[in-house]
Design a protein around this ligand. Structure first.
Ligand SMILES: *Cc1c(COP(=O)(O)O)cnc(C)c1O
Length: 229
């Protein structure tokens, strides 16, 4: 086990003044590692792979709040809909509609964050500003068609770079968009309040730029070795 409980306490202390939440990103890590953080008090865990998430959820305590943070294919929503708390990376109307359908089937309401693309890399998923607008206009004009979902905020990733100025600029851009979307579509809706930005390498910048939820993996669980999984 290469988990780091000291880093965990340090991260919690840093989040405190911002009242931000920690999503402990446990992808590829064994159940025993999650149990160690659970014992230390952690209740929010983030996973990226549907099968891995369903396997872990089945054996871990029922009061864990599971967040799906990776790219989600519509045809897999049904496997996590019975229990998932928040889906971070909603990047299309089609996916939102499928989450709604599966949530209704399970008589649940699933929290959704809209993923926005700001990073320089071409490969990262997410919508641009115009796509966010289009999606929200559809959502706003047909509220009855979305009774199984609640849009609680936005999520994004900065470019994987050591250039702090660029990271800050991208987080700032996300914060601005979050603010304008809140004004336009969620003005009287306190539930729209989450800005999910910040990972192991850039979470301190994200907090300064308005993060309410950081997603931290390797700093807590050690580096991931995909070949062993
Ligand atoms: C893996 C992952 C993280 C955590 O990354 P670390 O650098 O290990 O903290 C956060 N967000 C998403 C979307 C991820 O896929």
């Amino acid at each position: 086990m290469s988990i780091n409980l000291t880093a965990y306490q340090e991260v919690l202390a840093q989040l405190l003044p911002y009242q931000a939440k920690l999503v402990a990103v446990s992808k590829t890590k064994p159940v025993a590692d999650l149990e160690a953080f659970y014992a230390a008090g952690q209740r929010i865990f983030g996973e990226n792979y549907v099968q891995e998430l369903t396997e872990k959820q089945a054996v871990l305590p029922a009061d864990i709040e599971w967040h799906f943070i990776g790219h989600l294919q519509s045809n897999k929503v049904k496997y996590i809909a019975p229990f998932v708390h928040t889906i971070h990376a909603v990047d299309s109307l089609k996916l939102l509609q499928e989450i709604n359908k599966q949530a209704v089937k399970n008589q649940r309401v699933i929290n959704c964050l809209l993923q926005v693309h700001v990073a320089a890399e071409e490969t990262k998923f997410g919508m641009d500003e115009q796509e966010v607008q289009q999606l929200l206009q559809t959502w706003q004009t047909t509220p009855a068609a979305f009774s199984g979902i609640r849009i609680t905020g936005m999520m994004g990733m900065a470019t994987n770079t050591t250039d702090e100025t660029q990271i800050r600029k991208e987080f700032h851009q996300l914060r601005q968009l979050f603010g304008s979307v809140k004004n336009q579509f969620f003005n009287n809706e306190p539930y729209f309040h989450e800005l999910s930005i910040g990972m192991s390498a850039d979470y301190t910048i994200a907090l300064q730029e308005g993060s309410t939820m950081v997603r931290i993996g390797s700093l807590l669980f050690g580096e991931r070795n995909y070949s062993q999984n």
